[in-house]
Design a protein around this ligand. Structure first.
Ligand SMILES: [Zn+2]
Length: 306
């Protein structure tokens, strides 16, 4: 029989591991793009072996679009796990969530669980897919196009997709990196969603998606998990693209009921997002370590079988 004391101790240790303590950033307010750019550069400068800063390109209005790759694995072929925020510019909590994950991984780089993940994977983090929307507080880009409907997906052909430079940069990043798993942060709902978005048909990897989503939802204390279609139907979403084209285990993390929660709620929101992200990383690692459930099979012309 398990001792209740031991059980409680174990729970406390898990909670401690999952509770970020000291932040480099103050999450009682939202950060502007100059502060975000400075943060990414400072983390790279202060941790040159660990944090690799890269400018992917510029938005339609000329704003910087950048990532950091955090890893202790020097191989360019190391599998990547990719987090992005603010497809929707008014969902500013999603950018702060990505910043918090960066902050947490860097501060915890010597924690044994994080160290293990960093030795295996390149963890790529993009705070803003859509910096123009972020600056203008718009869901869409500056011309009114929704970036998260602009990807090639099973019922949105390539020639109708990638109208936006912002989504083309994501597309090109995914070609360059071997992205085995990915989470797109959004806000305006509390839920964990997975492909398909465009059809009620279950994907070939539905059991894996359910396992990953359940572990994230548990640590984020979110009740709602579902195939994205059952949230609502869409064509051209990032997660359908990433799964279809690259066989990536791509999920949507909806991290807050409001798109832009009050600043005094932000710290709690990003802590949940960090807990969810850490459990996602661990769950992905477990899935990929299981021989029968490795990287999804890609068939034919690079499309995961439907
Ligand atoms: Zn969104």
């Amino acid at each position: 029989m398990k001792s209740p004391l031991l059980q409680s101790l174990k729970l406390i240790l898990v909670v401690l591991w999952l509770s970020p303590t000291a932040w480099a950033l103050d999450f009682n307010r939202y950060h502007d793009q100059d502060e975000i750019a400075a943060f990414l550069r400072t983390e790279a400068l202060n941790n040159p072996e660990l944090v690799h800063f890269e400018i992917l390109g510029k938005s339609a209005q000329g704003r910087e679009i950048s990532i950091v790759a955090i890893t202790k694995n020097l191989s360019r072929d190391a599998p990547a796990i990719y987090f992005n925020g603010t497809h929707h510019g008014n969902e500013r909590a999603s950018t702060e969530a990505v910043l918090a994950v960066i902050d947490y991984l860097v501060r915890g780089q010597n924690n044994s669980s994080i160290d293990r993940l960093l030795r295996r994977y390149r963890i790529i983090l993009q705070p803003m897919v859509n910096p123009d929307g972020h600056a203008l507080n718009l869901r869409t880009d500056s011309r009114g196009i929704d970036p998260n409907r602009d990807y090639a997906t099973p019922n949105k052909p390539e020639k109708e997709a990638f109208q936006l430079v912002e989504t083309r940069l994501v597309r090109d990043l995914m070609i360059k990196e071997k992205v085995v798993a990915s989470a797109a942060f959004h806000s305006g709902l509390e839920a964990v969603l997975w492909p398909w978005c465009h059809t009620p048909t279950l994907s070939q990897h539905d059991p894996v998606f359910r396992t990953l989503a359940a572990s994230v939802a548990k640590t984020m204390q979110v009740n709602r998990t579902s195939q994205s279609f059952y949230d609502y139907q869409t064509d051209g979403e990032y997660i359908d693209f990433a799964y279809m084209r690259h066989g990536t285990y791509a999920l949507t993390f909806e991290v807050a009921q409001e798109a832009t929660p009050m600043p005094n709620h932000l710290d709690a929101v990003v802590r949940r997002a960090v807990r969810g992200s850490m459990s996602f990383l661990k769950a992905v690692d477990e899935v990929l370590s299981t021989p029968q459930a490795r990287f999804p099979a890609i068939v034919g012309d690079g499309q995961a079988s439907l």
